[in-house]
Write a protein that binds this ligand. Structure first.
Ligand code: GTP
Ligand code: MG
Length: 452
């Protein structure tokens, strides 16, 4: 309708990085500081996401942020398990996340999932900042709490400061090796050409104000136009996970990036087969923070507007696919919306050939990432699907003409028992890993070994 008014929505921030480098702790720190500050309900816990309003960012960032400099309402953080670093990043053939924080343990440096995350950020052209985390583990570090990093720096011994600097420059070197020109964030003038590195301790809180400041600044500078949406319009989002929800049957965890979804809406959801058209049974959001920690209970709501994380319970969601689009039909025709979803799915490109290996992955995003890596290694794919390894996958693998293609490559999924048995009997190899390039490397090594 003609009188739609653009509203600036909250940018979606993905928190990425290698397993155990401190993503969840960083978010806990952001959440925890507000809880202890007595900011009742300031931060809302969403499904798979945490919303931090501008006032809270400005309170946490102290002198670093003047809220009157910003028009955007805050930041919506999506935590991702290390082994899923990229899986939630997709939507509209681009990035679901508007910006990202790449968390890297300063002692550990770049690790497999750091590299995978950075590849995705590069490919999707997502602006990001690096949190050089765990600085409190530098020998002789004198923790200072939730203070800006400069303040903490000044309080350290020369020795501790030098050790940290060395590690930070190693990290900057590693970023350069991956074609990112990076520097300490306070030296970066143009964030479009340079990646800012923020030393942090998610454990003690140092540098956390700086991370929020840089993210707010990046958003304001580069995302303002993209954040203008018709918030009343039909909702659009991406499936994060498909799960059973007690009392509601199968439900999908969704990150909504556009419009509104209402409890009486019909939605179209991307699936492993034809798109699912279904009527919302319930919209669920977690109860306020204090309770969620202990109870994990959900509240049924009438409507949710972007940007937000929510759970949608509806009939027929069993085949919904993580990473696939979700669209509200509202006053459009179903066919039109179904076609939109189909087109979006088709745009997520995995090309299959007559002959090749079978690939299974946990989400559409990861499937695409595996397919890209295989393509670079010139390994053809005969079948690529989201889901656990089932007997029919083994059957397809066993029909390969070339022996080297009688394999299933499984990324972050389970192998069903009967599939495993069938593979054993038919001498079909199943490779499993949570790291894409390891999966591909293991396969290549196996082939090299066999052909020697
Ligand atoms: P996954 O979700 O498994 O990928 O890990 P993650 O990146 O979310 O790491 P998480 O936050 O769970 O932290 C892993 C471990 O590192 C925990 O034991 C944390 O307490 C610890 N840790 C995280 N950040 C810091 C930090 O800044 N300093 C120190 N000393 N320990 C930290
Ligand atoms: Mg975590």
């Amino acid at each position: 309708d003609g009188d739609a008014v653009a509203t600036l929505r909250t940018p979606i921030v993905a928190v990425l990085g290698h397993v155990d480098h401190g993503k969840t702790t960083l978010l806990d720190r952001i959440r925890g500081s507000t809880v202890t500050d007595g900011e009742a309900g300031a931060i809302t816990q969403h499904i798979g996401a945490t919303a931090v309003p501008l006032e809270t960012v400005s309170e946490l960032a102290g002198s670093l942020v003047d809220p009157t400099d910003f028009d955007l309402p805050g930041l919506l953080f999506i935590d991702t398990p290390g082994h899923h670093s990229f899986s939630t990043l997709r939507s509209r053939g681009g990035a679901l996340a508007d910006i990202a924080v790449l968390v890297v343990d300063v002692n550990d440096g770049f690790q497999p999932q750091t590299i995978e995350a950075i590849d995705i950020l590069q490919r999707t052209e997502t602006p990001f900042v690096v949190a050089a985390n765990k600085i409190d583990t530098v020998p002789g570090w004198n923790p200072q709490g939730d203070v800006p990093i400069q303040e903490s720096y000044d309080a350290q011994s020369d020795r501790a400061r030098e050790t940290l600097d060395e590690r930070l420059y190693e990290l900057i070197g590693e970023l350069a090796d991956h074609d990112f020109s990076a520097d300490m964030y306070w030296r970066v003038q143009n964030f479009a050409n340079n990646v800012g590195v923020v030393p942090t301790s998610a454990e003690t809180g140092e540098g956390v104000p700086d991370v929020l400041t840089v993210l707010m600044g990046l958003s304001q500078r580069y995302l303002k136009d993209a954040m203008a949406i018709d918030v009343e319009g039909p909702g659009a989002g991406t499936v994060l996970e498909v799960k059973d929800q007690k009392g509601f049957g199968t439900a999908i965890d969704v990150v909504l990036y556009d419009g509104t979804v209402r409890a009486d809406d019909t939605v179209v959801v991307g699936s492993t087969g034809e798109p699912i058209v279904t009527d919302v049974r319930a919209l669920l959001q977690p109860r306020p923070l204090a309770e969620i920690r202990t109870e994990k209970r959900f509240e049924q709501v009438d409507a949710v507007s972007a940007a937000a994380g929510l759970k949608i319970a509806a009939p027929d969601l069993d085949d919904a696919m993580a990473g696939a689009p979700v669209r509200v039909v509202r006053d459009r025709s179903r066919e039109e919306v179904v076609q939109e979803v189909q087109e979006e799915l088709a745009a997520i490109g995995v090309t299959t050939e007559e002959e090749g290996v079978v690939v299974k992955a946990d989400t559409l995003g990861s499937l695409e990432a595996v397919a890209n890596t295989l393509d670079e290694a010139e390994i053809p794919i005969v079948r690529a699907e989201v889901g656990d390894v089932a007997p029919r996958d083994v059957t397809v693998a066993s029909t390969a003409d070339e022996e080297r293609h009688e394999t299933v490559l499984a990324f972050s999924v389970d192998v069903l028992d009967n599939a495993e048995r069938q593979a054993d009997e038919g001498d079909i190899r199943i490779f499993e890993s949570d790291v894409i390039y390891r999966l591909v490397e293991e396969y290549e090594e196996f082939i090299a070994e066999r052909e020697r």
